[in-house]
Ligand binder design. Structure first.
Ligand code: GRF
Length: 212
């Protein structure tokens, strides 16, 4: 499995976005699609949170949305099985996690190996997990940034597709640093998806090559 080379498909892609919150990355992706920069369409915006702002925005933008309450399922795996069913029904090629605050089960990851992306607000492998911007500030690093990566079973540890670097200033707060990073997130996430559907991403082990 690990030795196999994966090449992303060159095609008009079918994307599902999974989110739990405000949805600014979702909007950046959708805007890039509407501007003709990404050869894809968003066929589903899914949330585990009924009141997620991003879900509301997706509805306003005329996209199909779906909310499933985790409380209605006996286990995390059963929940993820149902999501995968919904994704398969819609022939999804790429799952984009955009502020989706649940860890995917190995079942989910296996069904969409090399076809799930996530955006993390730090330069991985530094500061994985929650509150990455605060972790970076507390540590005292002089640079941080954002990372788009493929999702594997291990949280925030999959092959890195694109990173962007931002400076950390000494009087930064969590808010000012987060805003500086977010601006970069909105650039690199659409860029990674664009490359994916241009058939340009090649995954070898834990390295991602961008083909010319
Ligand atoms: C972003 O900072 C992203 O890096 C992290 O969650 C946040 C989501 O923000 N994974 P938004 O919902 O896309 O505005």
């Amino acid at each position: 499995m690990e030795n196999k080379v994966f090449t992303s498909p060159k095609k008009k892609g079918r994307i599902a976005v999974l989110l739990s919150g405000r949805g600014s990355n979702f909007m950046a992706i959708h805007d890039a699609i509407l501007a003709g920069k990404i050869n894809a369409e968003i066929v589903l915006v899914f949330s585990n949170k009924k009141d997620a702002r991003g879900l509301q925005i997706a509805k306003e933008r005329g996209l199909e949305t779906l909310f499933l309450d985790p409380k209605d399922f006996p286990s995390r795996e059963e929940y993820d099985k149902r999501i995968v069913e919904e994704l398969k029904k819609r022939d999804v090629d790429l799952v984009c996690l955009a502020g989706y605050m649940r860890i995917l089960t190995p079942y989910f990851v296996n069904q969409y190996r090399n076809r799930i992306m996530n955006i993390h607000p730090a330069l991985l492998p530094s500061f994985p997990g929650l509150h990455a911007q605060k972790q970076a500030l507390d540590y005292g690093v002089k640079f941080s940034g954002a990372t788009v990566h493929f999702v594997t079973e291990e949280v925030d540890a999959g092959p890195i597709i694109i990173q962007a670097v931002v400076p950390v200033f000494q009087y930064d707060t969590e808010e000012t640093l987060s805003a500086r990073i977010l601006e970069q997130e909105h650039k690199i996430y659409p860029e990674a998806i664009k490359l994916f559907f241009e058939g340009k991403l090649e995954v070898r082990g834990r390295k991602v090559y961008i083909r010319e």
